[in-house]
Write a protein that binds this ligand. Structure first.
Ligand code: C2E
Ligand code: CA
Ligand code: CA
Length: 639
């Protein structure tokens, strides 16, 4: 490219005799031809010759002398000639100007270096409420909020570098409000003002923001929802600046009871209170969201160690668990927390959330108000799971499945009444696998049906044998929801009962509250009545953990409810827990059911539960689940 000076004079031999401004490589006395490329020389040659010959000025336009459209003026100057080369402003009066003036689009000329609106068309004044002309020569940065400065500076730089720049920013209207403008700036040339067009997208932006808010926010608490939290996790993972961070999932304990007691509105208010408390307990840079129902999540940048995570969790629990008044009632909620640490426990949002969630469920199993950090083995990988599932299908045939029996005793006296049969899987390589791992797996795969039949066969057979020593001895077997909806369940049970010779009036089937209530009401009722007709007992297991629906429960032929361990554990320290268990006992009494308390570990708990009116006690205080071989010893003591 030829770098010609913008203004220069040539002598009659077309050598530079004067140059305005220094231009690299062009010296006085040098011939014009020697610094011009051939096309440029050809573009200039005719004009120069003509002016030299006629001594009259000449002006013409060409594209050849540089990047853009250039206007060349050649004027006789003494014996030589003067040349002025100017970039031509394409925007010239005439049709284009008319278009500019009358367009309903907001068009303008923008000086990129100084960010000045050199000229704006009337559409600007109309759209933004300014009086005519008042936007001309205004600086852009006076009209946009500081937060948008960076965006605008980058865009102006882009245009100055020769690219089209597109961006959005807020822009001050005459009313004092900001409108949202979407800009497009044409590439600027040679420090000349660039053309720009802007569109007022305030309306559509507002709609977009609202949609974004709705799809990214939980409507009750206005906290970010799961989708938004996943995005935030991704940002933390990819930003690199934060390094490790903690993912905390918090779920309120027995929140269903709060809903039950206070109604939906009261429950909602309680959730909003919890949301606010989380916000107050955590730091400004922590991100808090609600995943669903009573489950919240927090992302904790900088929390990198187990110790840090636990101390934040404790702080949060304290905040959540202090009591508050709602409709004149003093309420104290507890919560369980599951933690996962990024990037150690996962490098994608799903895995991290899943693992924190898994840890939270483990915490719930331990007790209320518990905190658990995720660890390897809590959740299986896909392949481990597949391998375990295929092995599970052969566990019975391989003789790896067995039953342990946990004593159930009479409240008050502590007399042995019977046993709950609990499945155990003794995997040849992996050793004992807990039922919390393989029962859900068996339920998912449908293996629970044959497994459940094996459990009944085994337990009925054992019980029949033991009943020879203690005729009134009871046996409780767990039945999963999947089995309830199995065809011919009752026929199968009838067969197993007949085969074993067990005294069926002492056989009890335990079905969890959530399994009972999740199934089709009419079907469940039908099956349960058939079971009752066969002369068996029925228990509602894990009572209080699901959404208790007393109306439905009252219509079912249930003999007893089992109060879940998590309610029993704190019965001696927490007045609230005591009140809840008392209410459960009262309800059971009203419905004519007996009450079994699970997870009783201390003498104090035993006494308190007895005094409250529980009928049957089960827990480590009277024995952990035992292998069948250890049961006769207990039977001997009982007789
Ligand atoms: P579940 O039916 O609620 O059984 C009670 C669980 O609490 C048992 O755990 C028992 O060992 C434990 N437990 C009892 N007393 C205490 C105590 O004082 N303190 C503590 N910390 N724990 C106590 P396990 O045997 O691990 O069983 C876990 C769950 O697996 C059972 O909960 C039940 O839902 C399921 N399950 C076990 N066997 C079977 C089965 O044959 N069929 C079905 N469908 N589910 C089963
Ligand atoms: Ca049970
Ligand atoms: Ca239970």
């Amino acid at each position: 490219m030829t770098m010609l000076p913008k203004n220069f004079q040539l002598d009659p031999q077309l050598r530079f005799s004067q140059i305005e401004g220094e231009v690299l490589g062009v010296r006085l006395g040098e011939s014009l031809r020697s610094v011009c490329s051939t096309p440029v020389w050809e573009a200039l040659q005719d004009g120069l010759m003509q002016v030299l010959a006629t001594r009259t000025p000449l002006s013409f336009e060409t594209e050849l002398l540089g990047e853009g459209h250039q206007k060349i003026e050649i004027t006789p100057e003494g014996a030589g000639i003067a040349v002025a080369i100017q970039p031509k402003v394409v925007f010239s009066p005439g049709n284009a100007d008319e278009f500019f003036q009358q367009s309903s689009e907001m068009l303008c000329l923008l000086e990129l270096g100084t960010a000045t609106l050199v000229r704006v068309n009337p559409a600007w004044h109309a759209a933004l409420g300014y009086s005519p002309q008042s936007l001309n020569d205004r600086k852009l940065f006076e009209l946009i909020p500081d937060e948008d400065n960076l965006e605008v500076t980058v865009a102006l730089g882009q245009a100055a570098q020769g690219s089209t720049a597109r961006f959005s920013c807020r822009f001050l209207a005459a009313s004092g409000e900001f409108h949202y403008l979407q800009w497009s700036i044409a590439p600027g040339k040679d420090n000349l003002p660039a053309y720009a067009a802007a569109r007022d997208i305030t309306q559509s932006r507002a709609v977009e923001l609202e949609i974004r808010r709705q799809t990214h926010r939980d409507s009750l608490t206005d906290l970010p929802n799961r989708k938004s939290i996943e995005e935030s996790i991704l940002k933390l993972l990819t930003s690199g600046s934060h390094g490790a961070f903690g993912v905390m999932v918090l779920a309120l304990d027995r929140f269903k009871w709060v809903n039950e007691a206070l109604g939906q509105d009261g429950g909602d208010q309680a959730l909003m209170i919890i949301a606010r408390r989380l916000g107050a307990a955590l730091r400004a840079e922590d991100v808090i969201g609600r995943l669903e129902g009573d489950t919240f999540v927090a992302l904790l940048p900088g929390v990198a160690s187990e110790g840090d995570a636990h101390s934040v969790a404790q702080k949060v629990l304290e905040a959540v668990q202090s009591s508050f008044a709602l409709r004149g009632i003093d309420i104290r909620l507890t919560a369980c927390i599951g933690l996962a640490l990024a990037p150690f426990h996962g490098t994608d949002p799903r895995t991290l959330l899943e693992r924190a969630d898994t840890a939270m469920y483990q915490a719930k199993k331990a007790s209320r108000g518990h905190v658990t950090l995720w660890r390897e083995g809590m959740s299986l990988t896909g392949i481990e799971r597949l391998a375990l599932e295929s092995r599970l299908s052969q566990a019975v045939d391989r003789g790896e499945m067995l039953l342990h029996y946990q004593p159930q005793v009479a409240a008050g006296t502590g007399h042995l009444l019977g046993f709950e049969a609990l499945a155990r899987w003794n995997h040849q390589q992996l050793g004992m696998i807990p039922p919390d791992t393989f029962i859900p797996m068996a339920e998912d795969t449908g293996l629970i049906v044959p497994l459940g039949e094996w459990v009944m066969k085994e337990a009925f057979g054992q019980a029949a044998f033991w009943q020879q020593a203690l005729s009134g001895l009871g046996v409780s077997v767990n039945l999963s929801g999947r089995q309830l909806s199995q065809n011919h369940l009752t026929e199968h049970i009838e067969e197993l009962l007949a085969m074993s010779g067990v005294h069926r009036e002492h056989v009890d089937l335990e079905i969890t509250e959530s399994d009972l209530l999740q199934q089709d009401e009419a079907k469940v009722k039908d099956v349960l009545f058939k079971i009752k007709d066969m002369g068996l007992q029925l228990s509602v297991d894990d009572f209080g953990m699901g959404y208790t629906n007393f109306g439905r429960l009252a219509k079912l032929p249930v003999d007893r409810i089992k109060i879940d361990k998590s309610f029993v554990t704190h019965i001696c320290e927490s007045a609230a827990d005591e009140a809840v268990v008392r209410a459960m006992v009262d309800i059971s009494r009203t419905l004519g059911m007996k009450v079994v308390a699970e997870g009783v570990e201390t003498q104090e708990q035993f006494e308190k539960l007895t005094q409250m009116g529980c009928d049957i006690i089960q827990g480590y205080l009277f024995g952990k689940p035992l292998p069948a071989a250890d049961v006769p010893r207990l039977l001997l003591q009982a007789t």
